[in-house]
Design a protein around this ligand. Structure first.
Ligand code: NI
Length: 393
């Protein structure tokens, strides 16, 4: 089967590249992927599949092998682009001014269409069902994945496991990376307003200084990570915005602050939320002011189920060669694939897309981001191999 998949991937390569370029030329923002979803559905219909719409701009389709009820494996691609003005001068440059596939979701979508094409031709050679999930809005809260799950994407049929990939501009094309267990962080946004009583800066006895209160809060919050968390659990708390709009001789009435809190353990995450609030409110109160502490819950942390990831990593070495499968570091960024990973066995791996010789080195979310498209054939073939391998295990 492995050689058959390699050959089918090679045959599909030019189609995958042209699909990716089409998607790249016409990017759509989160929750607005109407034409992208239409394109995906049309491509799936060409394969004789029956795509369903879900979460408004998501697309789901099944490829059934023999004995389709025996097992289901889900494969996921995200489809949305970012509000970035593309700076690349390429034939497939974004034609939607100020919108760009700068996170490779065009590649994920085109690659999964390629995977569908490959698996569809092997239908009489495997048992079980492959569920294709083309998901909207990875880049925007509350995350397309959470809405797809609410709409029942993990039911009828319920997949036993889910596999996703993401391009990696730091890994050379031709290589892929895996990590078992904790991989990406939960992401929560903090909005803090400290209220005091402003006035003349030379008359502190008549004031409740919110600037001083806010300063104490910033410092004290760091102890949530450094003193309350186990050092074995990665966590970071950063305040990136502080607005105290007074003057040299004016103390303002209030100070507003914004920040991010990220970690890799849901239990600690909940404890930290309560503790941050308590610390901030307590400090404000003890100094005569008050504090409004809002937490906008983002994505949960992403965990790669160890047994599944081990199996897939091994299968990947068979497909790619040992030397082309590398281990990944923890990544404190967020990713809404994490929602699936909190529900069922999940594995999220990285597809190398870097090519230094050709100057393809820009990071994701930058205006010069691009990929070495030779990775697409690998991405599509590998995912087909991993999915069918998993159905057999
Ligand atoms: Ni992304």
């Amino acid at each position: 089967m492995i050689n058959e998949i390699r050959n089918l991937a090679k045959e599909s390569a030019s189609q995958i590249v042209s699909n990716r370029r089409h998607l790249h030329s016409f990017p759509e923002l989160s929750f607005q992927e109407y034409n992208t979803a239409k394109f995906v559905a049309e491509e799936l219909k060409k394969l004789g599949l029956s795509p369903q719409t879900m979460a408004e701009t998501g697309v789901v389709a099944l490829i059934e092998g023999k004995n389709p009820q025996s097992k289901t494996v889900a494969l996921r691609a995200d489809m949305d682009a970012l509000p970035i003005l593309e700076a690349n001068e390429v034939s497939y440059k974004s034609q939607h001014l100020g919108v760009m596939h700068a996170c490779g979701h065009d590649a994920h979508t085109a690659s999964l269409l390629g995977t569908a094409h490959i698996i569809n031709q092997l239908k009489d050679k495997f048992e079980g069902t492959i569920k294709l999930i083309f998901q909207p809005a990875e880049e925007k809260a509350p995350g397309g994945a959470s809405i797809m799950i609410k709409d029942g994407v993990l039911q009828n049929p319920a997949p036993q496991s889910i596999i996703g990939q993401h391009v990696a501009p730091q890994i050379p094309a031709g290589k892929i990376g895996f990590r078992e267990g904790m991989y990406m962080a939960s992401t929560d946004e903090l909005f803090i307003t400290v209220k005091g009583k402003g006035g003349h800066a030379a008359m502190p006895e008549t004031l409740i200084d919110p600037v001083l209160i806010a300063s104490h809060i910033i410092i004290a919050l760091q102890q949530v990570v450094s003193r309350n968390f186990s050092p074995k659990i990665p966590a970071v708390l950063s305040i990136g915005k502080v607005i105290a709009n007074g003057a040299t001789n004016v103390i303002p009435n209030e100070v507003s602050m914004e920040g991010t809190f990220r970690t890799m353990n849901e239990e600690w995450r909940a404890i930290a939320h309560a503790r941050m609030k308590k610390i901030a409110e307590g400090i404000a109160e003890s100094m005569g002011g008050s504090c409004d502490f809002q937490i906008l819950r983002g994505y949960p942390f992403l965990v790669n189920e160890p047994k599944l990831t081990k199996r897939l990593r091994k299968a990947a070495t068979e497909f790619m060669g040992q030397e082309n499968v590398i281990d990944l570091d923890l990544w404190m960024a967020g990713e809404d694939f994490a929602f699936y990973s909190q529900q069922i066995d999940a594995c999220f791996y990285r597809l190398g897309t870097r090519n230094e010789a050709r100057g393809i080195i820009s990071g994701v979310h930058t205006p010069t981001f691009d990929i070495d498209e030779s990775a697409l054939e690998i991405g599509a073939g590998l995912m087909a191999w991993l999915a069918l391998h998993e159905l057999r295990s």
